[in-house]
Design a protein around this ligand. Structure first.
Ligand SMILES: C[S@@+](CC[C@H](N)C(=O)[O-])C[C@H]1O[C@@H](n2cnc3c(N)ncnc32)[C@H](O)[C@@H]1O
Length: 351
């Protein structure tokens, strides 16, 4: 562990005891979870919930039977939600470096096994540093889904993490994660402020650096599923931060061969069958790809692959080939996390 890791561990192991101890609203989730997640949350142990410090919803649709890895699993809230959603045959591994957080997560394994009606636990927690994912004895190509909730901003080897995740995923697998991003690069002075770093602010990646990091790691076409401005809500810390704007963003990154750097038009379409659990009328791949059941939607080559070469394949009918290229695909938005004009600058608050 380097000094930064020790400081982060102290922050989450000793300084903070519960969600309400946070000094800002960066590590808190603005959008209320959908009903199927709220129903599961009602089954999760209070102590696990009380130490939740996430900033988004990190569990996508259609996860039954999957093998999931959670980076920085904390007290285990998202792992237990995932444990229920993947079912007895799926499995979940949580990694965290802070003993106090891991202890809470581990303490309640039997409680949740029984609550979910399982005959054995499908979740395990391991102590580890996500900056060294390649040293944790995790098998390459063995995970369908990697999730993470407000953790990568706290890590120091951000590029390496995405490269390691790419190796750990199966082909067609995805990383689906929420984190904090900034609208500019953050100075070393601010990065050295323990509280600003611990509160998930000064370790945030500038969003355009993140996009390049993701692409360098092999995730060629990052997609935003949700984004919100973060208001901080702490005058002293806001004063230190000056004009920097922060966003909580959920990205999905698919491990797919042949994704192109831009959206290209091959005249393809996809029609959603309405068969994804809990999504009987429509399915959103990201914040600008909405698929109403039964409606033929024209898609770029990358979107076609994200539906056709992943776990979503059986839920769509596909039309078209790769034989003719019609030029650039007009209609795919960029992966910039938040466009102020779209939401009139509206920001949420929570906790
Ligand atoms: C903001 S909390 C989020 C915890 C959890 N994902 C949640 O939603 O409640 C950050 C967590 O990441 C862990 N963490 C931070 N940096 C880490 C690293 N480099 N390796 C492993 N865990 C880390 C901390 O110990 C802490 O539990």
């Amino acid at each position: 562990m380097n000094q930064k890791h020790q400081e982060v561990s102290e922050y989450y192991g000793e300084t903070l005891e519960k969600s309400e101890d946070l000094q800002t609203n960066a590590c808190c989730t603005i959008t209320p979870p959908p009903k199927h997640i709220r129903d599961i949350l009602a089954q999760i142990h209070d102590e696990v919930i009380s130490k939740y410090y996430g900033c988004g919803l990190t569990i996508p649709n259609q996860v039954e039977g999957l093998r999931i890895l959670d980076l920085g699993s904390g007290s285990g809230r998202d792992c237990y939600i995932a444990s229920k959603l993947v079912g007895q045959e799926g499995s979940v591994v949580g990694v965290d470096m802070t003993d106090e957080q891991l202890n809470v997560a581990q303490k309640h394994i039997d409680y949740h096994t029984e609550k979910f009606g399982y005959t054995y636990s499908n979740v395990k927690f391991i102590k580890g540093n996500i900056d060294n994912l390649d040293q944790l004895d995790l098998e390459e190509g063995s995970f369908d889904l990697v999730i993470s909730n407000c953790v990568i901003n706290l890590a120091t080897q951000k590029q390496k993490i995405f490269k390691d995740v790419y190796k750990l995923l199966k082909p067609g697998g995805e990383m689906y994660f929420s984190d904090v991003y900034s609208d500019r690069r953050i100075s070393a002075d601010l990065q050295n402020d323990k509280e600003l770093w611990g509160e998930c602010l000064s370790g945030a990646l500038y969003w355009n650096d993140f996009l390049n990091i993701a692409k360098n790691a092999g995730f060629t076409d990052p997609r935003v599923t949700e984004s919100h401005p973060i208001t901080v809500e702490n005058e002293d810390l806001e004063d230190k931060l000056g004009d920097i704007k922060f966003f909580s963003v959920t990205y999905r990154l698919f491990k797919l061969e042949g994704l192109e750097s831009d959206c290209e038009d091959y005249g393809q379409s996809a029609r959603y069958k309405g068969t994804i659990k809990g999504k009987s009328t429509s399915f959103d791949l990201d914040d600008h790809h909405h698929f109403p059941k039964g409606k033929m939607i024209t898609v770029c080559g990358n979107t076609y692959k994200m539906l056709n070469e992943t776990r979503f394949k059986d839920h769509f009918e596909f039309f078209g080939t790769w034989d003719v290229h019609y030029g650039i695909f007009e209609g795919c938005g960029g992966a910039m996390p938040y466009k102020e004009s779209e939401n009139g600058g509206e920001a949420g608050s929570c906790c």
